[in-house]
Unconditional design. Structure first.
Length: 246
């Protein structure tokens, strides 16, 4: 897959696969974002670099339908910022939020401030209970974190009514690169397991996911295999090193 093929793949994701799992407004949002992304490659001249960006703001995320998991009503949304130059990715940050819609889970009477109960009641008990970040290490970071990593928490918006201490920035778990298509597979498998089983077996779906695997994950796993065989360093040590030459 080439990066200029990605807008088309996003449109395929929306039009052929996610229709039964996301809000109508999110369908229009993804189509709009895919087409905005595609404009970076219009009139592309040979041998001239293309600087591109694909983003879904967390203020207007991709919203999945409410699902029932472990007898709880949950709702997932996804936002992202992916930037690059030609086929090199310079920024890859994806945020997954899991909202709970159950009073018994959202409001913890023995822990939460009593004022929060009225706020959550007015929001139909919507509260973020998980925030997952799938990130590429920033080039200016001073922390020896894995090149691609997963971390929990972050800086929530006020309407999330979540509680994550901003002072604590660790741990960062090594995790392969993710994109919107790979994250959609992750969401379907975890939050719509039975409903999406037939979809996830379709050759068209598997082909779409494999294209993202190839583009976003192939180099990462090649790097991992190279350093698993190394006699001079550990895999995590290399992924967290600032001295990587490849």
């Amino acid at each position: 897959m080439r990066i200029e093929d990605y807008p088309r793949n996003i449109e395929l994701l929306v039009n052929q696969h996610l229709g039964n799992y996301i809000h109508a407004g999110s369908k229009a949002l993804l189509i709009e974002r895919a087409r905005l992304f595609g404009r970076f490659f219009e009139g592309r001249r040979k041998n001239r670099p293309i600087v591109w960006k694909f983003s879904i703001p967390k203020e207007h995320p991709l919203i999945f339908n409410v699902s029932s998991v472990d007898s709880c009503r949950l709702q997932v949304d996804v936002s992202c910022e992916i930037e690059g130059r030609d086929d090199k990715i310079n920024k890859q940050n994806i945020l997954v939020r899991v909202w709970c819609l159950e009073q018994r889970i959202s409001f913890r009477r023995s822990i939460d401030a009593i004022e929060l109960e009225d706020i959550l009641r007015s929001l139909d008990w919507r509260r973020v209970v998980f925030r997952l970040h799938f990130d590429l290490r920033a080039s200016d970071t001073k922390i020896p974190e894995p090149l691609y990593h997963l971390h929990i928490g972050g800086d929530p918006l006020s309407e999330e009514n979540s509680w994550f201490p901003k002072q604590i920035k660790v741990p960062r778990f090594p995790y392969p690169p993710m994109d919107l298509i790979l994250l959609s597979e992750f969401v379907l498998m975890n939050f719509f397991q039975e409903q999406s089983e037939q979809l996830r077996k379709k050759p068209e779906w598997e082909s779409l996911v494999r294209k993202s695997q190839y583009y976003f994950q192939r180099e990462y796993f090649n790097r991992c295999m190279k350093h698993i065989d190394s006699k001079t360093c550990t895999l995590l040590g290399n992924l967290a090193s600032f001295e990587q030459g490849d």
